[in-house]
Design a protein around this ligand. Structure first.
Ligand code: 7TS
Length: 419
């Protein structure tokens, strides 16, 4: 028998039409128009694979984790811990001990601020964040600085919506103990050079805390290459369910930190005279966790891996470049933030004198879902002297046709307000 030449099996590139079939929610009409969902920066939609995996979990193996020796509890524990391994591999974390399940990005950032901050910050120390942060990477630091007496400083942004690197060089110094920044702005779309910023933090002896809420769903992430000390992100923005998020933390730092929340699961021993703490990561997971949600997140990661993070990034780059071109041509519309090649898949804009809520309402009547408001980032809006903006954001399931629908709906808004 002659050996046949093996054929190379290359997975075909997905098409948006195929991907969309996996998202039941996108099949509907809103106000008589096919839904155009352009609000994934707030929360992404879920593929049927995620929905069914969670349904299956509840139908077949649900029980509490890390407790019973009965079959269901063991099966639920295995599913939960498999999800942790999947997350670790997705961001190339060296160990599952460094993957803490939280509720969302917000809780991850609060965990670092309270646990690390209370133990390490004192008067005279400085915490450095940026003016382009989401409130969840501002308010916890304001609170912890109030408690510890440390001083909070902000890296300003340039008119193009990027970090002011000259100011950063001044602000990041030997007093800085934490530099916390977003990898991608949820208003400007700015992609920050995370590895470079982490290196600059380390050069002055500060820890680097990265808000990955907008980057992890859209860009391939390698925490070892970035050298980040902490990275927080949310499942619901990356095709997974709400109610679960991830905090990656460097093991040595996590080990030295006190617990954040106290309760079941996070202890080794509880005596009336005092308690001792469980090993990582459980020390930071008090109470019954979001087990079904971990299963859903695990399947969401499978989905992202199958499509390919590189494909996703490139797909969003093309849509964003096209949307940028189209929106630039609309008279009276001003896009906030940097050029398309320096941003992720979202465009925030102001449009004449029309209030963003009015724009969003008119667009909604055309079946186009966008977000209007300050997007939980008031300091950025203050920087531009505005109180709100309208934001269209793109993900794996959006198409160029949908950008055309957005543009047509914006022309309608212009006609209604006749300017
Ligand atoms: N950080 C960034 C950069 C974000 O965009 C968000 C959510 C968060 C943190 C908080 O994430 P959560 O899952 O804890 O809520 N951003 C948005 C948004 O832009 N519109 O709605 C939520």
């Amino acid at each position: 028998m002659t050996a046949s030449t093996p054929t190379l099996q290359v997975a075909p590139m997905p098409t948006v039409a195929e991907i969309r079939k996996d998202f039941p929610i996108l099949q509907q009409e809103v106000h008589g128009h096919p839904l155009v969902y352009l609000d994934s920066t707030a929360s992404s939609q879920k593929p049927v694979q995620v929905i069914e995996a969670m349904d299956e979990y509840y139908r077949t193996i649900h029980a509490n984790v890390h407790r019973g020796v009965h079959t269901l509890s063991e099966a639920a524990t295995t599913a939960y811990e498999d999800a942790r391994l999947k997350v670790a591999r997705f961001i190339n974390a060296p160990s599952t001990k460094e993957i803490i399940f939280t509720r969302n990005t917000t809780e991850g950032l609060n965990l670092v601020a309270y646990s690390w901050g209370r133990a390490n910050l004192k008067p005279g120390d400085e915490v450095l964040i940026t003016e382009m942060e989401h409130h969840s990477n501002i308010v916890p630091w304001q609170l912890i600085c109030e408690i510890t007496g440390a001083t909070l400083r902000y890296v300003p942004i340039t008119p193009r919506g990027e970090l002011d690197y000259d100011a950063l060089s001044q602000l990041l110094n030997e007093k800085t103990k934490v530099f916390a920044f977003t990898a991608m702005s949820n208003v400007l779309g700015t992609i920050n050079p995370v590895a470079e910023l982490v290196a600059r933090a380390h050069a002055v002896g500060a820890i680097a805390v990265v808000d990955g809420a907008q980057s992890v769903p859209h860009l391939k992430t390698d925490v070892q290459a970035l050298d980040a000390d902490f990275l927080a992100f949310s499942s619901h923005k990356m095709l997974g369910p709400t109610g679960i998020g991830v905090l990656y933390g460097r093991k040595e730092i996590l080990q030295a930190m006190p617990p954040f929340l106290g309760g079941g699961d996070m202890i080794r021993e509880v005596k009336l005279s005092g308690s001792s703490w469980n090993d990582l990561p459980y020390k930071f997971e008090a109470g019954t966790p979001a087990i079904a949600e971990a299963v859903g997140l695990s399947v969401a990661i499978d989905y992202l891996n199958q499509v390919g993070m590189d494909w996703i990034t490139e797909h969003e780059r093309q849509i964003t470049a096209y949307a940028w071109e189209q929106l630039q041509q609309i008279e009276g519309l001003r896009i906030l933030g940097p050029d398309p090649e320096r941003r992720g898949g979202l465009l925030s804009f102001i449009f004449g004198d029309i209030h963003p809520h009015d724009i969003a309402s008119i667009l909604d009547m055309q079946g186009v879902a966008v977000r209007a408001g300050h997007h939980c980032a008031q300091p950025i809006h203050d920087h531009y002297g505005i109180s709100a903006s309208t934001r269209a954001s793109f993900y794996i399931y959006n198409s160029l046709d949908e950008v055309d629908r957005l543009v047509a709906a914006l022309h309608q808004a212009k006609d209604i307000f006749s300017f």
